[in-house]
Write a protein that binds this ligand. Structure first.
Ligand code: ADP
Ligand code: MG
Ligand code: MG
Length: 306
């Protein structure tokens, strides 16, 4: 689902419960997807430049959140990025590097300030034809939290959901914490750099090695820089965010990616609820702080900085 493998771990054999989880994921994906012709989000995109479209309250709230984050000054998170994502097609058939002038033209359409959100009617209006919103950088986090809430309602107190690298966990007993592997970038055998231990926390990783294509010896990955129109390019190979809510983790991996290590560490010093692990091209593993998790290094070809 959602272009990714989905893993659910429960400690009781309960098929009805598992089916309920997958039904919920499917339902939310159907509302949010931009990879099929029909969804609430696609209805907004189809009406760009023409008229506002009312959506369901939860989808509206999600869009409001994405909108707010996209408007932050210098934000690398921009959910109006749809036209560029569609043109690059990274991770899909037919990807190619767009010519510079085309990128420039598409950048003009990726403006979070070029839309109107109306709280009364729960409607969204994209002012210009060709504009498209894309919730790909926030949807999995939101759905992971929904799954956690659903499991709690069903009296499950121990479980894990992994939506393609977006992990949310339930469980409070210290002696039974979750160990989440931090992948070695580009390792084909699933080798790990280390293990992140958490209890009832979300662990979200975004990496340049998740979805990409190669052309003329260059690698193009799927997190685009809304400021340049090209894939984000800095010293980082992956960013992992540990937080209570997975939606925060999903948003923050993109924001921190765009900030780079130094600026991120400065920023996170004042944001105790959000903690991060950065993996750099020169094999450094940098933890911002370790209040909500503990990290152990397994591969000593990496250097750990706390
Ligand atoms: P993952 O695919 O690991 O969940 P993200 O959460 O960063 O990674 O989401 C990436 C997806 O978000 C892309 O596939 C694309 O649909 C969309 N996207 C790409 N770049 C941006 C960006 N700068 N801001 C917001 N959304 C983006
Ligand atoms: Mg994200
Ligand atoms: Mg994500």
């Amino acid at each position: 689902m959602m272009g990714s493998p989905i893993l659910l771990k429960l400690f009781e054999h309960d098929e009805a419960l598992a089916r309920g989880v997958f039904r919920l994921i499917k339902q939310q994906e159907n509302r949010l997807t931009v990879n099929r012709p029909h969804s609430e989000v696609m209805a907004i995109n189809h009406a760009a430049g023409r008229h506002p479209v009312a959506v369901s309250p939860p989808v509206y709230q999600l869009i409001k959140r994405a909108h707010r984050v996209s408007l932050l000054p210098g934000s690398a998170f921009n959910f109006a990025i749809g036209p560029l994502v569609k043109r690059w097609k990274i991770g899909f058939q037919g990807n190619s590097v767009p010519p510079k002038d085309e990128i420039r033209a598409l950048l003009a359409l990726t403006r979070p300030d070029g839309m109107t959100l109306d709280d009364d009617s729960h409607s969204v209006f994209l002012h210009q034809a060709g504009m498209e919103i894309d919730l790909g950088a926030i949807a999995k986090g939101w759905i992971a939290d929904e799954v956690r809430d659903y499991l709690r309602q069903q009296q499950v107190d121990y479980g894990l959901i992994n939506l393609g690298g977006n992990i949310q966990t339930l469980g409070h007993q210290t002696e039974r914490c979750w160990g989440i592997g931090l992948k070695q970038p580009f390792a084909e055998d699933g080798a790990l750099i280390g293990v992140i231990k958490v209890m009832s926390r979300s662990v979200v990783t975004s990496g340049v090695y998740e979805r990409y294509f190669e052309l003329d010896g260059r690698r193009y990955h799927h997190i685009l820089d809304p400021r340049s129109g090209y894939p984000l390019d800095n010293e980082l190979l992956s960013v992992t965010v540990i937080s209570r809510e997975s939606i925060d983790g999903d948003i923050w991996t993109t924001l921190l990616y765009g900030m780079g290590v130094e600026n991120s560490l400065t920023y996170l010093a004042d944001a105790p609820q959000i903690e991060a692990i950065f993996v750099t091209r020169d094999r450094r593993v940098i933890c911002s702080s370790q209040r909500q998790f503990s990290f152990s290094l397994l591969d000593d070809s990496y250097r750990l900085h706390n």
